[in-house]
Every structure is written in structure tokens, then in C-alpha cells.
Design a protein around this ligand. Structure first.
Ligand SMILES: [Zn+2]
Length: 188
């Protein structure tokens, strides 16, 4: 019976309990296998803001989730350059721009003509008569006006239309295409 108090035997029992613990934890051990499931390639975007001369390259989606820091940086470069106001940009819009570039096979920086617009800026632009909508999706962080170096404006326009992911406006005289994640529609 003295063996029962033998420290080495206690150590052995402890190891046995640890083994039982492993058995109980079996479902948790299966977790790493889930991590190996394909989740898609990381999504990156590059922007160039024509008004502020800022550049940005970020991986905004990785391992099945959006990166909040990257999202914040995108919100910043797409801010209202008149007022400096920032707005949360719709992630569907960010994905739309990303997917548009993927379709075009062009990963050059997206030139930003206009991103978010505060109500005051939208009102100002309307008064100037630039064909600005009263309830513009720009005011909701759901629209961007863009062009893409290395892709003709008409090709960018037609590709955006083919995706049918929202509104598409064509502004060849100002050299940009408007895309938004509102209802599917077209003009220009
Ligand atoms: Zn627009």
C-alpha cells in the first residue's frame, strides 16, 4: 500500500487524468481542421484620391473576415474631400469595386473622383448643377465615382453594367463611371 503514496505513482495517475482530459476535449481538437477549409483568397484594393493626392493599398478581407483597420483606412481615403467628413463605407461597395477590378484583370490603383459626400457638400454640388441627385447614394457611403488607369472608360462602364450589382452612371465628358450598391439601374 505504500506504493499508493509513491510520488511517481501519483504522477502516473495525473498523466492518466490528463489523457482523459484530452478525450473530453476531442471536439476542440477538431477545430484546427475547420481552419483548413478554403475561405477564398485575401481581398486587396488600391486607391488613389485625385483631390488629396493620397494613395492606399490594403488587404481588407482575409481568412473569412473583414479587417476593421483596413476598412477604416478605406473610409478615410473615400471621405468627403470638401468638408473632411468621414462616413462608414458600405462593405458591399468595397467588394463591388474589388470584384470589378478582378473581372477587368486590372489591379492598378482605383482613381477616386468622389466617394462619400456629406449632405452639405451634396447640396453645394447640386447648386452648381453637376447632375447630382438629391438623395444621392454618395451620402450613404454606398457610391463611388471612379476611373481605372489601363482600362478604357467604356470597358469599365460595360463591365460594371454586366455585374448588375447596383446603379451605374456613365460620365464620359468628366471621364468617370459612378457605381453604387442601390437598386440595379443605369443612366448616362
Ligand atoms: Zn456618383
Amino acid at each position: 500500500m505504500t506504493n499508493f503514496h509513491d510520488p511517481s505513482r501519483r504522477a502516473f495517475l495525473g498523466a492518466g487524468l490528463a489523457a482523459v482530459g484530452c478525450g473530453i476535449a476531442a471536439p476542440a481538437l477538431a477545430a484546427p481542421r475547420r481552419l483548413l477549409l478554403p475561405k477564398g483568397k485575401p481581398r486587396a484594393l488600391s486607391f488613389y484620391n485625385l483631390h488629396t493626392d493620397e494613395k492606399l493599398h490594403v488587404t481588407y478581407w482575409k481568412d473569412g473576415r473583414y479587417d476593421r483597420t483596413a476598412w477604416g483606412r478605406i473610409n478615410h481615403i473615400l471621405r468627403d474631400h470638401y468638408s473632411g467628413d468621414t462616413h462608414v463605407m458600405d462593405l458591399r461597395l468595397i467588394d463591388l469595386v474589388h470584384d470589378l477590378q478582378t473581372r477587368l484583370g486590372n489591379d492598378r490603383p482605383v482613381d477616386i473622383i468622389s466617394g462619400y459626400r456629406s449632405p452639405a457638400t451634396n447640396h453645394l454640388l447640386r447648386e452648381r448643377g453637376g447632375g447630382v441627385a438629391k438623395h444621392s447614394y454618395h451620402m450613404r457611403g454606398m457610391a463611388v465615382d471612379i476611373r481605372l488607369d489601363g482600362t478604357s472608360l467604356s470597358h469599365l462602364h460595360n463591365t460594371a453594367l454586366a455585374m448588375r450589382r447596383g446603379g451605374v452612371g456613365y460620365y464620359p465628358s468628366s471621364d468617370f463611371v459612378h457605381v453604387d450598391v442601390g437598386p440595379v439601374r443605369r443612366w448616362g
